[in-house]
Write a protein that binds this ligand. Structure first.
Ligand code: AMP
Ligand code: GLY
Length: 462
């Protein structure tokens, strides 16, 4: 079955189901030309890039970012509300006639922000899945079971708890090194261990089940190690089988050049990704995106938002490493540059359950981002360092991540990842040279950045 046929067969039965959108068909038409008040939740570089993109929309009336950072105020109004304080968000939505809440980070989704608002009077549109959908990120065991149910290619695995530790040891003995151990729940990106020795893997399994990552590692997924090069594919879906694929990106997770040292939130990103060509993406769409989007519908899981597919290319075959239920950071800092279409109507249509008529056009240029981080990150690092040089940046957009404004309006560091230096180029070299010029121009005490972003992709192009 072709992808289009598959889509059509799915849409028909589904479109007969009751529409959960707060608008009826007539009102939807009217909504689509009206202006929107939007509340964006989060405070990272990802949210800064989303704010930058959404603020360009002719449909944007007022943009608020909760809590935002030292850079997001350029595109909207920062409001001091935690993304996890649902009653405060509800009050803000009512007081400011918010039409749509765009959830940037996973925590509010896993905590059930969609479900909190569902059915409430005056509820805004929510871009993000229900709690059941957010379990694709919130529970690795759930995600693996979902993939197995829908025959989505992923590493062979089994899950263990303290009750079957011995079976976990036996499973490890069946696998070859390196061993991949994953805490089932959210662990701030730190819950995956890749271990070379069998004995160490067994010891780590015991430690994880004993509370190494608190409740998050009460269940541990052990899976086969996959060897290949990774990329991030983002899909915006409307919960009715409609979806759009966003530009593909690759991020760089390790702190050190040559992918060495500890994992970070992400040190840079590039889009497009040379190996994610037409043939690879055809496989991704047929084998992964369609079964995922359709699987959610079939299982009755409400999902109107972004799906982040962490993929690995194993000899030309895409396999899923993980699902996330939000955009990637720092991938968003390049993906937003490469979306040529107005993002706001796409988000609105996704949240309303009706993406099928809207195109998503890509900018043909390359985009790269280089993350400038605090010295010491991802370990402990100082905060409150004065940032200078941002005015000297040309040919790049600075997406702030860990920054804040001081009492006198001065720009200060406030996190590990400080600023994502994002730039276009006609080719990867030009984009990187613009990103690096910006990374060199921004100054603060202890500044560090990786100098090899995109180097692996450049090698593949030779
Ligand atoms: P995750 O949090 O599941 O994305 O895992 C973090 C990182 O660990 C991934 O980005 C991969 O680099 C690596 N990883 C996770 N699972 C595997 C696997 N089965 N094989 C090889 N590497 C993996
Ligand atoms: N860049 C990987 C992530 O956002 O999880």
């Amino acid at each position: 079955m072709s992808i289009q046929q598959n889509l059509n067969t799915l849409r028909h039965p589904v479109s007969n189901q009751p529409e959960k959108s707060p608008f009826n068909a007539g009102e939807t038409l009217q909504e689509q030309t009206s202006k929107l008040n939007v509340l964006l939740l989060g405070s990272g570089g990802r949210e800064c890039a989303l704010a930058w993109k959404m603020a360009q929309s002719p449909r944007m009336e007022k943009l608020f970012i909760a809590p935002g950072n030292g850079g997001t105020g350029e595109y909207g109004t920062n409001v001091a509300i935690s993304p996890l304080d649902f009653p405060a968000i509800e009050n803000f939505v009512a007081d400011n006639a918010i039409d749509m809440v765009v959830v940037g980070n996973e925590d509010p989704l896993v905590a059930g922000i969609y479900d909190y608002f569902e059915g409430r009077e005056g509820a805004p549109l929510i871009v993000g899945p229900s709690k059941a959908g957010a379990a694709l990120e919130g529970s690795k065991d759930f995600a693996k079971q979902f993939m197995v149910r829908h025959s989505i290619p992923t590493a062979r695995y089994r899950s263990f708890t303290a009750d079957n530790l011995e079976e976990g040891y036996a499973f490890l003995e069946q696998l070859k090194a390196p061993y991949v151990l994953k805490a089932d729940g959210l662990a701030a990106g730190k819950g995956v261990l890749i271990i070379d020795s069998l004995q160490e893997a067994k010891d780590s399994l015991k430690e994880m089940l004993g509370g190494m990552f608190g409740q998050s590692s009460a269940t541990v997924v052990i899976e086969e190690f996959l060897s290949g090069i990774e990329c991030s594919v983002f899909v915006l879906t409307d919960g009715n089988g409609g979806y759009r694929i966003l530009p593909v990106a690759k991020d760089y997770k390790r702190i050190g050049e040559g992918d060495t040292g500890p994992n970070t939130g992400g040190m840079g990103a590039v889009s497009p990704v040379v190996f994610a060509d037409k043939e690879f993406m055809r496989k991704v769409e047929e084998r992964i995106i369609l079964p995922t989007v359709n699987g959610l519908v079939k299982e009755g899981i409400t999902y109107r938002g972004f799906i982040f597919l962490g993929l690995i290319n194993v000899d030309g075959e895409p396999m899923v490493i993980e699902y996330n239920v939000r955009m990637g950071d720092p991938e968003t800092e390049v993906v937003m540059l490469r979306i040529a279409s107005d993002l706001l109507p796409l988000l609105e249509a996704a949240a309303q359950g009706n993406l099928s008529t809207l195109p998503l056009a890509e900018d043909p240029r390359y985009a790269t981002t280089v993350m400038v981080v605090s010295g010491g990150y991802p370990g402990s690092y100082p905060k409150g360092k004065v940032i200078t040089g941002t005015d000297n940046v040309k040919d790049a957009t600075l997406f702030h991540a860990g920054t804040k404004l001081g009492e006198n309006g001065e720009l200060l560091t406030s996190g590990g990842r400080v600023i994502a230096c994002s730039a276009y180029g006609e080719n990867i070299d030009e984009a990187l040279s613009n990103s690096y010029a910006a990374a060199n121009a921004v100054e603060f005490d202890g500044k560090y950045f990786r100098r090899d972003i995109g180097a692996d992709l450049k090698k593949l192009m030779k």
